[in-house]
Ligand binder design. Structure first.
Ligand SMILES: *Cc1c(COP(=O)(O)O)cnc(C)c1O
Length: 415
């Protein structure tokens, strides 16, 4: 028996090490649909508590929208539950292709290919479109799934300092000898809530003959005047070579991702991307749900407008209360606490006040930059936000951090 006492002890010690370092992640069980108000069992075994959720990626409040749920039911009735196949064998329905067209229209691209998740899209896209003669130049703060996709690709790897265009330019200059240059960034960075300067990146791409790939997982559906994404916000619709995004956040929040862009690049993915070739089709019920999401989004900008108003209201409220925030104009509003334990204790105090928001600390964010990341939703009403603000103020008073600067908070709690 290979899994003997020594092996078991080794894993137990490693896990205990995570607990001792305050880095063990404990899940909380939600007993209700995803929404602004949720019912949570936490700690495990305790009575259910009704709390306001302010940390979901449910930006547009569509995760449990009745029309989306209805469309999913219709998909279930007309196309069944599962396909039991990858796309190229017998897993492509008419609705999969319909969704690919729909996404292309929305993002302003030539074609789109669906993946089981955006993690899979990012895992597959690089090796499908690049070779060892090429170079990938990525922002140093890109999402973990992009980092993994880059690792799986034989092209040369390089990075530039976060959103630093001068540094990117020097790297582009340096790599002029390569066949293709692919610049890689998130559109909206999920930990800080800031955006990539896509207008400048497109200029650099033209000047140095480089393609640009943007992961729009925290942007699709609400960034820009009509919610197309960060490329709309920066006025470069139609100028991004490759967009990857998820259906697991604003766009209904179920599951699935895609690669969207020039039709040849998309076709390369269909022929070569391993997570597409070797993992199951997105379930029909999810596809019909997402199709309905796009109908809602193209009928009116009401939801993204409301999200924008909610985010502004929330930011203003927290600023006036005296919290240290990360600057930005996205619905991701990080409340900076700097110390990991403080972030966890603060999260617990919020929970006691009926607000669900988790603490983020190393290694999810850099050492000494622990925080509560709040995320707004079009599903929030002003009464949710006012109640959540009250809870933040109470917790802020409890830990005596209101009106304190970064330096003062670090002096009190360390970092
Ligand atoms: C969430 C996220 C992903 C992963 O999306 P899934 O569809 O859940 O796999 C990829 N990239 C970024 C930037 C994300 O935020």
């Amino acid at each position: 028996m290979a899994y003997n006492d020594t092996t078991r002890t080794m894993y137990q010690q490693t896990l205990q090490g995570l607990k001792d370092a305050g880095l063990f992640k404990q899940e909380r069980y939600i007993h209700s649909p995803q929404a602004a108000d949720i019912e949570v069992e936490y700690p495990s075994g305790s009575a259910l508590k009704k709390v306001i959720n302010i940390c979901a990626n449910n930006y547009l409040g569509l995760s449990s929208h009745p029309d989306v749920v209805k469309a999913a039911h219709e998909g279930l009735d007309t196309r069944g539950y599962g396909m039991s196949s990858v796309r190229f064998i017998c897993g492509t329905q008419d609705i999969h292709r319909e969704l690919e067209r729909r996404v292309s229209d929305f993002l302003g691209t030539e074609d789109t290919i669906l993946f089981p998740s955006c993690m899979d899209a990012n895992a597959g896209v690089f090796e499908a479109i690049l070779t060892k003669d090429d170079v990938m130049i990525s922002d140093r703060l890109v999402h973990a799934s992009l980092i993994d996709g880059i690792r799986l690709c034989s092209a040369m790897q390089d990075t530039y300092k976060h959103a630093d265009m001068a540094h990117l330019e020097s790297k582009l200059e340096m790599h002029q000898g390569r066949r293709h240059r692919l610049v890689i960034t998130d559109g909206v960075f999920s930990m800080d809530g800031d955006t990539a300067p896509l207008d400048k990146m497109v200029e650099l791409g033209e000047k140095y003959n480089a393609m640009i790939l943007v992961d729009e997982s925290h942007a699709s559906g609400f960034m820009g005047k009509t919610g197309r994404g960060t490329h709309e916000k920066y006025g470069v619709l139609g100028k991004i070579d490759v967009i990857t995004t998820t259906f697991g956040k604003a766009l209904g929040g179920a599951t699935g991702g895609c690669v969207s862009g020039h039709k040849e690049l998309v076709e390369m993915c269909r022929q070569k991307a391993r997570p597409y070739l070797f993992s199951n089709t997105i379930a029909p019920v999810v596809v019909t749900g997402i199709l309905r999401v796009f109908e809602i989004l193209t009928a009116s900008t009401e939801r993204r407008d409301k999200l924008e108003r909610n985010a502004a209201y929330w930011r203003k409220g927290l600023t006036e209360a005296g919290f240290v925030l990360k600057e930005g104009d996205t619905p991701i509003v990080p409340v900076m606490l700097f110390n990991a334990k403080l972030a966890q204790d603060f999260s617990r105090a919020l929970y006691d006040e009926g607000v669900y928001a988790v603490g983020f600390f190393f290694p999810v964010v850099p050492q000494g930059q622990a925080r509560i990341r709040t995320q707004l939703s079009a599903g929030h009403e002003i009464h949710h936000l006012d109640k959540a603000l009250d809870a933040f103020v109470k917790a802020g008073k409890k830990f005596n951090i209101l009106g304190k600067t970064k330096q003062e908070i670090i002096e009190m709690y360390g970092n």
